[in-house]
Design a binder for this molecule. Structure first.
Ligand SMILES: *Cc1c(COP(=O)(O)O)cnc(C)c1O
Length: 423
């Protein structure tokens, strides 16, 4: 059977061990959703645990903090335990808290200890802007000029980073390293093990942003010796818009005082002593600040249940199959339309693909009108994420066919080649 036929796609779906999970998600009507790396879809279990939490509030009032199925006082730790296998951390090394950006602030405030000539923060020029804004503002709070003290490793081609270039930049004046695990545009997975070994050797703390990797690929943060990591839960983890994020602190650092302190970082036994001298928790929980956003944490409990049930290895396996199939179809069906594949084609690709095209912004608009949700990444990127838990091989096939029709008919020309407010 020809690989470009619909029957072939259907056969792949029939052989897909995870195909049944699609029914667990609220797919949008008449839409092929290829944007789960920006906002994952709602699942039945996530809806249920949110409903359960509302009921606990309704029935228990303040006693919900310590009673019910998921006492709120211990919920951040519980969700941390659930996320630990996804990052390869020990249970006590992971906590659900904050957001990507606030967690980065917390971790930099904790691990960035400039002294003497060791004052620089090493990052890269391809990272998501919020991370760079946070790093710059942290330098400013220390009275340091970001122009001098933030080093951004450059990309040789505008898409990828070369680990050797990063390692070469780990010089004696670097006090902290912050890098993405998976680049948000090209989907390149950085070799975290290799980078961490190099940083450890030089005694420089290193942390990773897992926004585009958690729930998509395997990690072994503890074994690799990564010092810290942080992430959101609304992308591949399907926790809902603005859901509570997470962070990882390697056990070797337990006991370091949190840079940004607050009472929810306390040892739980003494938190309500109301003493003015804080006694921090002796695990990752120490890096929480204030009262957890329990309503935004509730759906994450249900969503993580799927990851526990399936295991990340199988999810990654299917994701690789989906993107390999996608790339194969792009090569066979879209060869005549000036697309450039902007993601790694080997196994160092994350869970999305990136098609570059000079008309990308309006091709995305035409895709949306035709019922495919991509996202546009400036200046010329069409990001498409077939998600292992709820996208099918047929979704991939349909997407490529729709894209082909748009290119054939040039229907994108009726739109302006400019991004929307939320792209
Ligand atoms: C999604 C994403 C963010 C978003 O940060 P929030 O604090 O959750 O708004 C930050 N960094 C990266 C790399 C991301 O992919």
């Amino acid at each position: 059977m020809g690989k470009t036929t619909l029957d072939y796609a259907k056969q792949l779906d029939e052989n897909d061990e995870l195909a049944n999970y699609r029914k667990e998600f609220y797919l949008l009507e008449n839409v092929i959703y290829m944007d789960g790396n920006s906002l994952g879809l709602l699942s039945r279990k996530a809806e249920q645990t949110l409903q359960d939490l509302l009921n606990a509030w309704k029935k228990l009032g303040i006693d919900g903090w310590t009673e019910g199925d998921n006492p709120w006082f211990y919920l951040s730790e519980k969700v941390g335990h659930m996320m630990a296998p996804l990052v390869g951390g020990l249970s006590e090394e992971v906590i659900a808290t904050g957001s990507t950006t606030t967690n980065l602030h917390q971790l930099v405030a904790t691990f960035y200890q400039p002294s003497g000539t060791k004052t620089k923060i090493l990052a890269d020029e391809l990272n998501f802007p919020s991370d760079i804004y946070a790093l710059k503002s942290q330098l400013v709070t220390k009275g340091l000029n970001p122009r001098e003290h933030l080093i951004q490793v450059t990309s040789r081609d505008g898409r990828y980073l070369d680990e050797e270039d990063i390692i070469a930049a780990m010089t004696d004046d670097v006090a902290l390293i912050v890098l993405p695990a998976v680049l948000y545009r090209s989907g390149q997975i950085l070799n975290m093990k290799k980078l961490t070994a190099a940083a450890n050797e030089r005694g420089i703390p290193i942390g990773f942003d897992l926004c585009h990797s958690i729930g998509a690929i395997e990690h072994h943060l503890h074994d690799w010796g990564v010092d810290f990591a942080f992430w959101c839960t609304y992308k591949h983890l399907n926790g809902g818009p603005g859901a509570v994020g997470g962070l990882f602190i390697h056990k070797k650092h337990f006991g370091i005082a949190p840079g940004l302190a607050g009472w929810f970082g306390s040892n739980k036994q003494s938190q309500f002593d109301m003493d003015h001298t804080m006694e921090p928790a002796t695990h990752a929980g120490a890096y929480q600040i204030g009262t957890p956003h329990v309503l935004s944490l509730a759906p994450v409990i249900g969503s993580l249940a799927y990851f526990q049930e399936i295991g990340i290895a199988k999810i990654r396996q299917k994701s690789l199959q989906l993107t390999a199939y996608f790339l194969e179809l792009v090569k066979r069906e879209l060869a005549d339309y000036q697309f450039t594949i902007g993601n790694p084609v080997d196994d160092t690709r994350g869970a999305h693909i990136l098609l570059e095209h000079e008309e990308a912004a309006r091709i995305c608009k035409a895709l949306k009108v035709a019922g495919v949700i991509p996202d546009f990444r400036t200046p010329n990127g069409i990001r498409l994420a077939p998600v292992a838990l709820y996208n099918s091989f047929e979704d991939v096939w349909q997407t490529v066919q729709i894209l082909k029709t748009i290119m054939d008919e040039k229907s994108y020309e009726q739109f302006e080649n400019k991004r929307g407010v939320v792209a």
